[in-house]
Design a protein around this ligand. Structure first.
Ligand code: PEP
Length: 258
């Protein structure tokens, strides 16, 4: 378990105006700057990145929700890792289930991861099964996602990898419930085992693992305390700066079981 907790806000396609986005960002930043044991990462839509780029710090970092795999050129509508880097963006979410649903494959995700790591961005790789079965097939699915997305990525670049376990059935407005800390604990051990078998023990313990999926101010403490994870990826609850600030304070004060 790392000393610093990583709490990521995924604003998805919200809010509607720059004014609202700045208000949210500045409120969260005020709390985040005071927390010594938490690294906060805010990932707004691309359109707001420039407006926040001069306000970021180590405790309150800026992330993007996607990136293209080329540096520049004729790729209409895409944003490159070099462009993100230029805006002080330090993190990027890749492999999110809402993007996989739009057709992003493990191979595309791998190319994006490779490009992002080459530009020294920290990659938050999202993995997660759409259904939980009792025979453990979902574990084979997770193993395959990890292996395919990280195929041929040089080991030394994995120092900037973060894995976010986001079971799809627990993510977003249609989710009926979150995972439980007990089952998350088992899954986080499984993810470390895959990283250890695929790369090395050192990498398995150095890569932070986050949980995402219906996290709120009410369940955050239990996930951090008993889920065997290093942090959280928060979607809907990060849109309310008061609730998200409470989650950040919980992360600062929580005692870990491990
Ligand atoms: C997410 O979008 O990554 C997420 C975890 O969403 P939510 O917290 O709304 O389930």
């Amino acid at each position: 378990m790392k000393i610093k907790r990583i709490i990521v806000a995924n604003w998805k396609m919200n809010p509607r105006t720059t004014q609202e986005a700045r208000k949210n960002f500045l409120h969260v930043k005020k709390t985040a700057e005071k927390l010594t044991k938490v690294q906060t990462v805010i990932t707004p839509p691309f359109i707001f990145l420039e407006s926040f780029s001069k306000e970021t710090s180590r405790r309150c970092a800026l992330g993007a929700q996607d990136v293209f795999w080329k540096k520049e050129g004729s790729y209409t509508g895409e944003i490159s890792p070099a462009q993100l880097y230029d805006l002080n963006v330090t993190h990027v979410i890749l492999g999110h289930s809402e993007r996989r649903r739009l057709g992003e494959s493990d191979e595309i995700i791998r190319d994006k991861i490779k490009a992002a790591l080459e530009y020294r961005l920290n990659v938050i790789l999202c993995i997660g099964e759409s259904e939980r079965d009792t025979e453990g097939h979902y574990l084979a699915f997770l193993k395959n996602e990890i292996k395919k997305s990280l195929e041929r990525i040089p080991k030394k670049q994995l120092a900037r990898l973060i894995v976010a376990y986001e079971p799809i059935w627990a993510v977003g407005a249609k989710a009926k419930f979150a995972d439980t800390p007990e089952s998350l604990f088992e899954t986080s051990i499984f993810i470390r085992k895959i990283l250890s078998d695929t790369f090395s023990k050192k990498i398995a313990f150095q890569v932070p693992i986050l949980y995402g999926g219906s996290v709120t101010e009410h369940n955050a403490e239990n996930f951090l305390k008993n889920g065997g994870v290093d942090g959280l990826l928060v979607g809907r609850a990060s849109l309310d700066f008061k609730e998200f600030s409470k989650i950040l304070k919980i992360a600062q004060n929580v005692e870990c079981a491990t």
